[in-house]
Design a protein around this ligand. Structure first.
Ligand SMILES: C[S@@+](CC[C@H](N)C(=O)[O-])C[C@H]1O[C@@H](n2cnc3c(N)ncnc32)[C@H](O)[C@@H]1O
Length: 330
């Protein structure tokens, strides 16, 4: 996953096949296998040796797809959901506000489906480390396997544990206590894990709690306030997408059609256009065309305009992100 310099697809690679924004899948390349889709069938053998980013036709030539290199962003869009997951918009806000960077030591719970863990791993690599905790045994195992398959397991330690009862300390990790730069909690009762977080955090380290309900946010904020945390803030991140497309737009010159007609004719003649037909075309800007036309004596223009409109279906509330900095009083 962290080899952007790799140009071509090889046996064993995990790739993302992309049909459109809403249709993409994770594919493990194995030469004997075929990827079947409503856009056609694709033999893996034919994908091996293609450049990442290539457009590949289906076996019968009727469909096509693009093959993309797996990134943490595409992983979050294509992974096998075993739990609710954090999506890229919240993930970017978490990583930015937690001040996580290469070399950071981060604690996370629960691991869930490993969506956030994978972005954490890319950000802290190669010098930092992620300690992630999950109390559901199968989920912990599955996440460990995914991290190994994606080649990021050397940056992540997965521990199967109830952190509200047992906390985050790992006896074998001697430089963990007092050195954790950031803690992220995605738990039903995060306030129960805050004392455990303090036990491993460095002074000035950041904590974030993700909760879907405002009652959970209130309980977390109260606990943070009683526990020497400063700069407490809660945010909700919402995305607004816009569709951009070319739209035809008719404009009639109703104010003074005759005058407009004359001035239009003069303008066209000045441009050296000797075509006397009533429908004329000329290029406008780089993108669209303008067609002149006449309805009775009234002149008009048909414009191609670039229009933007918000998409009707917006992804709504996912959760509240509460951030705070641990500043213990001496
Ligand atoms: C919503 S999921 C986390 C999703 C994850 N943030 C992601 O992006 O994929 C919450 C996880 O926390 C785990 N969990 C709940 N309580 C826990 C506890 N006390 N200790 C450890 N893990 C816990 C659950 O099993 C679940 O897998």
């Amino acid at each position: 996953m962290f080899t952007p310099s790799k140009k071509t697809i090889e046996e064993g690679d995990r790739v993302v096949v992309y049909f459109n924004r809403d249709r993409m899948s994770l594919v493990h390349i194995k030469s004997g296998q075929t990827f079947n889709s409503k856009f056609g069938n694709f033999h893996h053998k034919r994908l091996i040796g293609c450049d990442y980013g290539s457009k590949v036709a289906s076996e019968d030539g009727t469909g096509f797809m693009h093959i993309l290199r797996l990134t943490p962003e595409l992983w979050s869009l294509t992974l096998d959901h075993r739990t609710q997951i954090l999506f890229n918009l919240d993930i970017s806000a978490v990583i930015f506000n937690l001040e996580v960077r290469n070399g950071s030591k981060v604690v996370e719970s629960g691991t869930g489906s490993g969506s956030l863990s994978t972005s954490f791993a890319r950000t802290i690599a190669p010098l930092g480390h992620l300690y992630t905790f999950e109390f559901h045994g199968e989920r912990a195992k599955h996440a460990q396997k995914d991290f190994a398959d994606n080649g990021i397991d050397k940056y992540i330690t997965v521990t199967h544990r109830d952190v509200c009862k047992l906390g985050f300390q790992l006896p074998e990790e001697t430089d963990m206590i007092g050195h954790i730069d950031a803690v992220f909690l995605d738990l039903p009762s995060p306030w129960e894990a805050i004392d455990h977080a303090i036990a491993v955090m460095r002074e000035g380290g950041m904590l974030c709690s993700f909760s879907p309900c405002i009652e959970q946010v209130q309980a977390v904020c109260l606990k943070l306030d009683q526990s020497d945390f400063e700069e407490i803030k809660t945010i909700e991140v919402l995305m607004r997408n816009y569709d951009v497309r070319v739209q035809e737009d008719e404009e009639l010159f109703l104010n003074n059609p005759y005058k407009t007609f004359e001035s239009k004719q003069q303008q066209l003649q000045q441009q050296g256009d000797d075509n006397k037909s009533q429908v004329r075309k000329r290029k406008k800007w780089e993108s669209g065309t303008v067609e002149s036309f006449e309805v009775g004596c009234i002149q008009g223009e048909m414009n191609n305009k670039l229009m933007m409109k918000p998409q009707t279906m917006e992804r709504g509330h996912t959760g509240y992100l509460t951030f705070a900095r641990w500043m213990p009083k001496i």
